[in-house]
Ligand binder design. Structure first.
Ligand SMILES: [Fe+2]
Length: 341
């Protein structure tokens, strides 16, 4: 739904109020970086359960800038996005407000939410190793090992400056310190089969084509490739790889989140929080996670069969808020070691 219809809905609510109807139409306006079809099943379930309607404004970019420009008149109630960088950026730019709600906090582990309640994770995705089924015999790996010269000329990865890699490198800084991480990153760069390029799926394609043995990518892309009817060749890319969960034997695999935040000037705050409660519930998390091939943040909620098929994940328990703090340093290191050159 577009902004125009949001405004129209607001207007009809106003008219309804002025002619003396008992209540305003209950609705929640969502500004989303996630494609509407990914969140539709979830929102439909919410409307069915509560009678509260939802309007989605999908944005490719500029969500925060738009909210800042709209200021107090912004119709946005909730923000939906992926990546800890974007969530913490929304908070830092002042377009969110804290939510202190027992049900939401109970359903979302502490490490996957902002300590001040400005954002909440709903699903997680592991940043894992895609390994060639034919050419990589081992079934375990660590991120540290990616710098081992045994992988010389064998690793494929997208740009080091992409948010997914910046978050991974930020987590390495959090665990191993800046100096160690710089050495590590230079080591990984020395092992690259080609200049960083493409998206995560392009790394699986590289393995399928024999250009590399190891790729770095997010878990959900495996599900997207396995079930891709539009581009069925992606099913072959998926078949050529196995998923290795780095560091599952020690600190756990680095994960990132998709999440939600309450808009600073939310005009429908009560209903927005109702939707946040629904999304945070095990049912909400499961519906969402299934649609996007991700893991629910609540360890008591169940992942889908497809996702379970990737293998068992043991997520790194370090708070994502702490990892987010290292993002600027991580980005600097990428340039310093000339990772993308
Ligand atoms: Fe992605």
């Amino acid at each position: 739904m577009h902004v125009k219809s949001i405004q129209a809905a607001g207007l009809s609510a106003l008219i309804a109020a002025s002619v003396g109807t008992t209540a305003l139409a209950a609705e929640v306006n969502i500004y989303s970086y996630r494609q509407p079809d990914l969140i539709a099943p979830l929102l439909e379930a919410f409307t069915e359960e509560t009678g509260v309607k939802t309007n989605v404004l999908f944005l490719n970019k500029g969500l925060v800038e738009r909210m800042k420009a709209e200021g107090e008149n912004s119709p946005a109630d909730l923000i939906f996005t992926v990546d800890i960088g974007r969530l913490s950026n929304a908070k830092n730019e002042g377009v969110t407000q804290p939510v202190d709600n027992a049900a939401i906090k109970d359903a979302i582990p502490e490490n996957f939410r902002d300590p001040e309640g400005h954002w909440y994770g709903l699903t997680t995705r592991g940043r894992v190793v895609y390994a060639s089924r034919d050419r990589v015999p081992q079934d375990t790996i660590t991120y540290e090992e990616l710098a081992d010269p045994k992988w010389k000329g064998k690793i494929c990865i997208r740009s080091g400056q992409h948010a997914y890699n910046v978050a991974l490198i930020a987590s390495m800084i959090a665990h191993n310190g800046e100096e160690e991480t710089e050495k590590w990153l230079a080591g990984v760069k020395d092992n690259l089969a080609r200049k960083p390029n493409g998206n995560d799926r392009a790394q699986a394609k590289g393995i399928f084509a024999g250009e590399c043995d190891i790729g770095i990518g997010n878990t959900y892309y495996v599900g997207l490739m396995q079930n891709n009817e539009k581009e069925p060749e992606q099913k072959d890319w998926a078949k050529s790889i196995k998923v290795l969960f780095p560091n599952s034997g020690d600190r756990g695999t680095h994960v990132n989140i998709s999440g939600m935040a309450l808009a600073k000037h939310s005009p429908n705050k009560d209903d927005a929080i109702k939707l946040m409660e629904f999304l945070a519930s095990p049912k909400g998390q499961e519906l969402y996670a299934e649609r996007v091939y991700e893991y629910p943040v609540d360890p008591n909620a169940e992942a889908s069969e497809t996702v379970k098929g990737f293998g068992e994940i043991n997520p790194d328990s370090l708070p994502l808020a702490d990892i987010a703090k290292n993002r600027p340093k991580a980005s600097e290191l990428v340039d310093k070691v000339g990772f993308n050159n």
